[in-house]
Every structure is written in C-alpha cells, then in structure tokens.
Design a protein around this ligand. Structure first.
Ligand code: NAD
Length: 517
C-alpha cells in the first residue's frame, strides 16, 4: 500500500463510518451540533497526516450529558434485566455487521493491524453476548437466619450513572467491557475516551445509538470527548457519577483515585503493567518463543499486557536469546493495513521520543543492547511513527526495567533457580499480567501459589497479552485493583443489599435483647 493508497483508504474509511471533516465529539440522546470552539485534530500514526477534527465538550455540555443520563436511568430501570440483555445482544449483532468498517477506523486512528483492528471490535461483540447471558444471572445468595421465622437474602440493585475514562490503545473494547456489563445491571454510562481514540468512539456511538433508536430503547450511553485534565477531572470530582472506571497510566490513575476517594466514590483502576514471562528449561521452546514474541511485539508493545521482561533459564539462555534475536531482526514493521505486517507504528511522535530515551537510559544503566531498534521511515508513509523493536540484556537492579515504557522494548534476564526467577518477576511496582513457560508441574504450581506470581493475571504456556473476556480482568499493586469484564466483575457495578424478612408474629431482636414498649 503506497502513500496514495493509504490516503484513499483514509477517505473510504471515514466515509463508510459517516465521519465528517468536522465531527461532533459529544453525544447525549443525539449528537450535539459542533460549536467548534474547542476541537481536536485526529492524526493517523500510519502516515502522520490529518484524519479529521472533532469537537470537545465544555462544562455546560458535560453537565447536560450527566443530567440526561440521570433521567434515562429511571426509564432504563423500567426495562427488566433480561430485556436489557436482549438490547445489548442486538448491539452485539450491529457491531458484528459493522466490524470491518469499525476495525478499519481502529487501524486508521490507532495504527493497529487489520487483525488487531477487527479484533478490537470482536472483543466488543463478545462482551455484548456475554453481558446478554449475564442479564439472566444477576444472582444473590440466601442465608439462614439465627432468628425464628426470619429469612435473609442478598439483592443487587444498579448504582446509577457511572463514568468510564478509557486509554488510547484500546479505543473502544475496554469501554464496552465496562459499559455493556454496567448496562445490563441497569446503569447508564458516560464515556470519556482518549482524544487519540476520539474518531473510534464517534464511529462506535453512531452504530450503537442507531441500534438503540431502531429498538425504541432509551439512549443509555453518552459520549463526551474532551481534554483529560478538564473532562476527566470533572468526572473524578462529580458525585453524580457513582463509579469511575479508569483505564490509563498509573500517574493519571493515582490522581483520579485521590479525587474519587475524596468524595467516597467507587473506582475501578486499570493502570500500567510491566509484564514478565519466565521461560524454564522445561519449556516447549517453540511455544515459548511464539508466546514471548507475540506478547512483546503485538500492537507494537502498546498493550497494557505487553511482555516487557523475559526471564530465561541459564540452561537454555543462549539458544533462546539467539532465536529471539533472529525474530527481532526480521519481524516485518510497516503499514499495518498491509498483508504480513505484524508491527505497525507507535501512536505519536512523543511515543517515539520516549522509546529513544528509554533505550539511552537502559544503555547508561548497564544494559547490553542485543537488537537496537531505531526509528525508521516507511516508503510513502514518511511522516508515520515507526520504530524497529529492541531487545536488551538487562540486570534486575536496572531502574529502567521497573518502569513501563509503552513501546516495543523487551528486557532479557538470565536466572538460575525458579525461586530466583519469581523473586525478580515480582520485584517491580506493577502487577498486571504474568506467564510461565514450563511443562514441569512443580514449577507451574509454584507460580500459581502464594509464593508465585503477584499479578492479577497468571498464564501458563501462553502469552502475557491476549486476555479473554470471560475472566475477570485486572491487576494488583500499582496496576490498581480493579476487575472488569468476566466472572463476577458485574458486582462492582451494583449495590449489594442484605435483606432480612420477618414473617413471624413476634419480633425477636438480635443478641437476645428485650425491648419492651
Ligand atoms: P493516559 O493516562 O495518558 O490517559 C488515559 C485517559 O485518561 C485518557 O482518556 C486521558 O484523556 C485521561 N486523562 C488524562 N488526564 C486526566 C486527568 N487529570 N483526570 C482524568 N482523566 C485524565 O494513558 P494512555 O496513554 O491513553 O494509555 C496508556 C496507558 O494505559 C498505559 O500505561 C497502559 O498500561 C494503560 N492501560 C492499562 C490497561 C489495563 O487494563 N490495566 C488497559 C489499557 C491501557
């Protein structure tokens, strides 16, 4: 695909998604006509050229959106949970029909490959169907009571309007992990995407709002594109938003957490990762190589679950590193829409700068560069933000290896015993995803035990990247402690009420207290 071909792809993708030259970045009930006072120019990382512009919310529009959702909340709760599930399932069907054009929009705006762009939308479809099934399973417990002729049970009610702040690297999937589950629970959802993912949020909202209109459903989702430091801050401080689910860097997440905690609101925090894979002498080498390479290179190292560190058993170190080096030297980097390309661009110029700085710091701290990836120019896409990936032999005491650099840098360490490997593995502040490659039962079980991985996600013989929506997703330590998506994460979007019913003719008081009136 030449530069001209990519320009045609841009035009066609924007047209298919109904994205105008100046778009409305705000939706509540309907897209709000642009006042165009504050706008954002979307640039494609693929060729560094302009896609289009969209408007950003001011305080009045923000307040209107929250007010709108508070009113819709009442109507939405007149719909029974299984019916809500039907509506979310229909959204899944619409996303499925529009997967190719929305996937292309993800490629255009986030620089993802064809498979990863469509994969982003597939995750939305999957969670829609999951949420639909869940709508019939919002179960509570019943408990025995110590008092005669009393019954105890738990019931679950929605919490109200919630806020979701999302990151650029999963411009729509992570929002839907929260939004679709929250919606079947009976909540309404305000979405503030990353401005770097603004066009995807608009494209997705067009499809979803049209589906809701066709079904005669209330518009339960609102969109406020805006600056993080403004709209994000307003959301964190806004007591009307009962929960803030925040996905992004640890630094911003800490700030959001402080503000929400100050008003005793709830948070789900999905923050930075520094994920590690252990490759044991008992590993299947082919599986380990593929798992580590995919984990480190997919989405150009811009996944929260990207493999950033690999610990290799000294017995296989030389062979494993030699083969990994070969993969790094030959991996195709370029236009993500082109067949065979596995590594696309970084998101912007700033990301390239941070990549270069991290490589310099790693060298200064004693890292030995095995493969030195440098910024590269792709023919016809000279203004795109491309780098070749880097592989660095590192020591655990190097401070840079404890920091998340959102780019394709993989630090390689040598270890002697599994205990030493686990200790290095856990020696970083983050705790999102982890892997062990081994066919040895003892090693595997140790990694899964209290003395093993300290992360929220633990994998055996598969990559740190690529979580499935059926499991609860989230991390520990500085990754935050949120869980979203599968398993019983739905409980975070609901109020638990413990109910005691007395069906007797007397009122026996607890603790045997006698209270005569
Ligand atoms: P970021 O922290 O720069 O931005 C995330 C979101 O926060 C954006 O919508 C941004 O506009 C908003 N924001 C900025 N300032 C804010 C403020 N003061 N108050 C409230 N919101 C504000 O992150 P990013 O660069 O978009 O994404 C990359 C980061 O996200 C990485 O650290 C990655 O690991 C993390 N991430 C984590 C997960 C996870 O599930 N753990 C998933 C995806 C990304």
């Amino acid at each position: 695909m030449s530069g001209d071909e990519f320009s045609s792809f841009r035009e066609e993708t924007l047209k298919k998604n109904g994205i105008k030259n100046l778009e409305n970045g705000i939706f509540y009930g309907t897209f709000i006509e642009p006042k165009a006072e504050d706008k954002y120019t979307s640039i494609s990382p693929v060729d560094g050229h302009r896609n289009s512009e969209f408007t950003l919310a001011d305080r009045t529009e923000y307040d209107n959106a929250v007010k709108y959702l508070e009113e819709v909340f009442e109507k939405w709760n007149e719909v029974t949970p299984p019916k809500r599930g039907d509506i979310i399932r229909a959204i899944g069907d619409s996303l499925s029909k529009n997967k190719s054009k929305l996937g292309a929009l993800v490629s255009l705006e986030a620089g993802k490959t064809v498979a990863e762009g469509e994969g982003e939308i597939q995750e939305m479809i999957d969670i829609a169907y999951f949420a639909s099934g869940l709508s019939r399973q919002l179960y509570g417990l019943t408990m025995t009571s110590e008092r005669k002729e009393h019954r105890m049970m738990e019931i679950w009610n929605p919490i109200g309007t919630i806020g979701v702040i999302s990151a650029f690297n999963f411009p729509s999937a992570v929002w839907s992990w929260n939004a679709f589950i929250a919606a079947v629970c009976g909540n309404t959802v305000l979405w503030k995407p990353s401005t770097k993912g603004g066009l995807v949020s608009i494209g997705v909202m067009k499809v979803i709002s049209e589906t809701l209109n066709e079904l005669g459903s209330p518009q339960i989702f609102a969109l406020v594109n805006g600056k993080g430091g403004e709209v994000g801050d307003w959301m964190a401080e806004d007591g009307r938003l009962k929960l803030i689910s925040f996905t992004g860097s640890t630094a911003t997440g800490k700030r959001v957490n402080e503000k929400v905690a100050k008003r005793l609101g709830r948070t789900i925090l999905e923050l930075g990762g520094n994920n590690c894979a252990i490759v044991s002498r008992h590993a299947n080498m082919e599986i380990a190589l593929k798992g580590v390479a995919f984990g480190a290179l997919a989405t150009t190292g811009q996944r929260c679950t990207s493999t950033r560190r690999v610990l290799v058993d000294e017995a296989i170190y030389d062979e494993f590193v030699k083969r990994l080096k070969n993969i790094y030297e030959n991996i195709p980097v370029g236009n993500p829409r082109k067949d065979g390309i596995l590594v696309g661009p970084l998101i912007d110029e700033q990301a390239v700068k941070k990549y270069n700085e991290a490589l310099e710091v790693a060298s200064a701290q004693g890292g030995k560069i095995i493969v030195h990836g440098k910024p590269i120019k792709i023919k016809g896409l000279e203004n795109g933000f491309y780098v070749r990936p880097s592989l660095i032999e590192a020591k655990p005491e190097m401070e840079i290896t404890k920091v998340e650099t959102f780019a394709p840098i993989l630090y390689v360490f040598k270890y002697r015993t599994i205990e030493e490997a686990i200790s290095i593995h856990n020696s970083v502040p983050q705790g999102l995803s982890s892997s062990i490659f081994t066919e040895n039962l003892r090693e595997e079980e140790k990694f899964l035990s209290f003395a093993g991985s300290d992360c929220g996600i633990v994998n055996v013989n598969t990559s740190t990247a690529g979580a499935e929506i059926g499991g609860a997703f989230g991390g520990e330590k500085e990754t935050g402690s949120g869980r979203e998506s599968g398993s019983d994460a739905w409980k975070l979007y609901m109020r638990r009420q413990t109910v005691t019913v007395n069906y007797g003719k007397d009122i026996p008081l607890s603790q045997g207290v006698k209270f005569e009136v």
